[in-house]
Design a protein around this ligand. Structure first.
Ligand SMILES: NC(=O)c1ccc[n+]([C@@H]2O[C@H](COP(=O)([O-])OP(=O)(O)OC[C@H]3O[C@@H](n4cnc5c(N)ncnc54)[C@H](OP(=O)(O)O)[C@@H]3O)[C@@H](O)[C@H]2O)c1
Length: 197
């Protein structure tokens, strides 16, 4: 995120906040997880491929998209066949995508059931990369073990710019308590790692 706590521009489009060192860190981090997950808002805004450069189909983590209502465009890179992809939808969604495993997860969409479905597919750990609404929903459901954030040297500003935990938020005193495990300078920014208390 930026030094003022934003993860994209006020027009909700992608901003390069990370330097080379942090980009390399994220690449290595993806290797350590069975799956990399984003919400459909990130697919629509950024069209990420969520693969590791140079990795084969089997070496890549499974790409997972939470898309309850089937909003993901058919030409999205995340379903380009370069790595396995799982789409988690609401049970009422009848959208069909080619080359993906689509799992219907209740109506309304049930995040805990969705994580159980991933476990049944052999996925035991998930790196949630964003966006803000998705990360907030994982915190709301008590599904976060570790929260890692790189703070880059830039101000983005804007009351509507996305932040790492959007959604409805928590009223004063009800936020999620964290324990800082480490803080290190990485290029022109700081990498902070927290555990949920
Ligand atoms: N700087 C970074 O590292 C970074 C990383 C990722 C994203 N971003 C930025 O984040 C922004 C996108 O974030 P966003 O908050 O708008 O979208 P998002 O979190 O990517 O996706 C949110 C959507 O996903 C579905 N969803 C996710 N979790 C759900 C849950 N638990 N239950 C039900 N539905 C769920 C809902 O879709 P429906 O509305 O269809 O129900 C929801 O509206 C973009 O601006 C992008 O550039 C930045």
């Amino acid at each position: 995120m930026s030094a003022d706590g934003k993860i994209a521009g006020s027009d909700r489009t992608q901003v390069r906040i990370s330097g080379e060192e942090d980009m390399a860190r994220v690449k290595e981090l993806r290797r350590k997880y069975d799956a990399v997950l984003v919400g459909v808002g990130t697919v629509v805004a950024d069209d990420p491929h969520l693969t590791i450069k140079g990795a084969s189909y089997d070496e890549n983590p499974v790409r997972v998209v939470i898309d309850p209502h089937g909003r993901m465009p058919a030409g999205s890179q995340v379903i380009d066949g370069r790595a396995p992809t799982v789409i988690l939808t609401d049970s009422s969604c009848d959208t069909i995508w080619n080359n993906v495993n689509t799992v219907r997860c209740g109506t309304p969409f049930d995040l805990v059931r969705a994580m159980e479905a991933l476990s049944e597919l052999g996925i035991e750990n998930v790196l949630v990369e964003g966006g803000g609404a998705t990360i907030a929903s994982f915190f709301e459901h008590g599904l976060v073990d570790r929260y890692t954030v790189f703070v880059g040297a830039m101000i983005i500003g804007g009351r509507d710019s996305p932040t790492p935990a959007d959604g409805d938020g928590w009223i004063a005193g009800k936020g999620v308590p964290l324990k800082l495990k480490s803080a290190e300078i990485l290029g022109n920014g700081v990498l902070m790692t927290y555990e949920v208390r």
